[in-house]
Design a protein around this ligand. Structure first.
Ligand SMILES: [Zn+2]
Length: 110
Protein backbone atom coordinates (compact mmCIF):
# COMPACT_ATOMS: atom_id res chain seq x y z
CA UNK A 1 0.00 0.00 0.00
CA UNK A 2 1.21 3.45 -0.86
CA UNK A 3 0.92 6.13 1.81
CA UNK A 4 0.81 9.87 1.20
CA UNK A 5 4.30 10.17 2.66
CA UNK A 6 5.98 8.59 -0.35
CA UNK A 7 4.41 11.23 -2.60
CA UNK A 8 5.86 14.01 -0.46
CA UNK A 9 9.40 13.10 -1.35
CA UNK A 10 9.18 13.81 -5.08
CA UNK A 11 12.01 16.34 -4.85
CA UNK A 12 14.28 13.90 -3.01
CA UNK A 13 13.56 11.35 -5.72
CA UNK A 14 14.40 13.87 -8.42
CA UNK A 15 17.71 14.60 -6.69
CA UNK A 16 18.61 10.91 -6.56
CA UNK A 17 17.70 10.39 -10.22
CA UNK A 18 19.58 13.53 -11.29
CA UNK A 19 22.71 12.57 -9.34
CA UNK A 20 22.71 9.11 -10.94
CA UNK A 21 22.18 10.50 -14.45
CA UNK A 22 24.69 13.33 -14.10
CA UNK A 23 27.30 10.86 -12.85
CA UNK A 24 26.65 8.73 -15.94
CA UNK A 25 27.00 11.62 -18.40
CA UNK A 26 30.27 12.61 -16.69
CA UNK A 27 31.50 9.01 -16.40
CA UNK A 28 32.30 9.22 -12.69
CA UNK A 29 31.65 6.64 -9.99
CA UNK A 30 29.79 7.15 -6.73
CA UNK A 31 33.14 6.98 -4.91
CA UNK A 32 34.65 9.65 -7.15
CA UNK A 33 31.66 11.89 -6.61
CA UNK A 34 31.87 11.34 -2.84
CA UNK A 35 35.53 12.33 -2.79
CA UNK A 36 34.80 15.36 -5.00
CA UNK A 37 32.28 16.63 -2.46
CA UNK A 38 35.08 16.69 0.12
CA UNK A 39 36.38 19.75 -1.73
CA UNK A 40 33.01 21.52 -1.39
CA UNK A 41 31.42 22.92 1.74
CA UNK A 42 30.16 19.58 3.00
CA UNK A 43 31.37 16.10 2.15
CA UNK A 44 28.68 13.61 1.12
CA UNK A 45 29.49 9.98 1.85
CA UNK A 46 29.57 7.18 -0.70
CA UNK A 47 26.82 5.33 1.18
CA UNK A 48 24.61 8.43 1.18
CA UNK A 49 24.97 8.83 -2.59
CA UNK A 50 24.30 5.12 -3.05
CA UNK A 51 21.17 5.33 -0.88
CA UNK A 52 19.68 8.39 -2.57
CA UNK A 53 20.22 6.92 -6.05
CA UNK A 54 18.59 3.61 -5.06
CA UNK A 55 15.65 5.47 -3.50
CA UNK A 56 15.00 7.23 -6.80
CA UNK A 57 14.29 3.97 -8.63
CA UNK A 58 10.64 3.30 -9.50
CA UNK A 59 8.94 1.43 -6.67
CA UNK A 60 11.82 1.98 -4.23
CA UNK A 61 11.16 3.34 -0.76
CA UNK A 62 11.82 7.08 -0.82
CA UNK A 63 14.59 8.60 1.29
CA UNK A 64 14.63 12.27 2.24
CA UNK A 65 17.71 14.10 0.96
CA UNK A 66 19.40 16.76 3.11
CA UNK A 67 19.55 20.26 1.68
CA UNK A 68 23.23 20.57 2.63
CA UNK A 69 23.97 17.41 0.63
CA UNK A 70 22.10 18.84 -2.38
CA UNK A 71 24.16 22.04 -2.31
CA UNK A 72 27.39 20.07 -2.02
CA UNK A 73 26.46 17.58 -4.77
CA UNK A 74 25.41 20.38 -7.13
CA UNK A 75 28.81 22.04 -6.66
CA UNK A 76 30.63 18.72 -7.16
CA UNK A 77 28.66 17.96 -10.34
CA UNK A 78 28.98 21.49 -11.72
CA UNK A 79 25.25 22.17 -11.88
CA UNK A 80 22.97 24.57 -10.04
CA UNK A 81 20.88 23.50 -7.07
CA UNK A 82 17.83 24.27 -9.19
CA UNK A 83 19.00 21.79 -11.84
CA UNK A 84 19.59 19.11 -9.22
CA UNK A 85 16.14 19.41 -7.64
CA UNK A 86 14.18 19.68 -10.90
CA UNK A 87 13.16 16.81 -13.16
CA UNK A 88 15.01 17.63 -16.41
CA UNK A 89 13.38 18.13 -19.82
CA UNK A 90 15.96 15.93 -21.52
CA UNK A 91 16.68 12.54 -19.99
CA UNK A 92 19.71 11.97 -22.18
CA UNK A 93 21.84 14.84 -20.88
CA UNK A 94 19.76 15.95 -17.88
CA UNK A 95 19.81 19.46 -19.44
CA UNK A 96 23.49 19.60 -18.60
CA UNK A 97 25.84 18.00 -21.13
CA UNK A 98 29.51 17.76 -20.05
CA UNK A 99 31.69 20.78 -20.98
CA UNK A 100 32.65 20.70 -24.65
CA UNK A 101 29.91 18.28 -25.64
CA UNK A 102 26.55 18.77 -27.32
CA UNK A 103 23.61 16.53 -26.47
CA UNK A 104 22.63 14.30 -29.39
CA UNK A 105 19.04 14.20 -28.18
CA UNK A 106 18.15 17.81 -27.41
CA UNK A 107 21.13 19.66 -28.92
CA UNK A 108 22.01 21.44 -25.67
CA UNK A 109 25.61 22.53 -25.15
CA UNK A 110 27.43 23.22 -21.92
ZN1 LIG B 1 19.79 16.61 -23.94
Amino acid sequence: MKGPRSDNLAVSRAVGANVAALRRTRGISQRTLASTTEQTGKSVGFSTICRMEKAAAPGAAPVAVYVDDVVSLAAALGVTVQQLITTPNCNACMDSPPPGFACRTCGATA
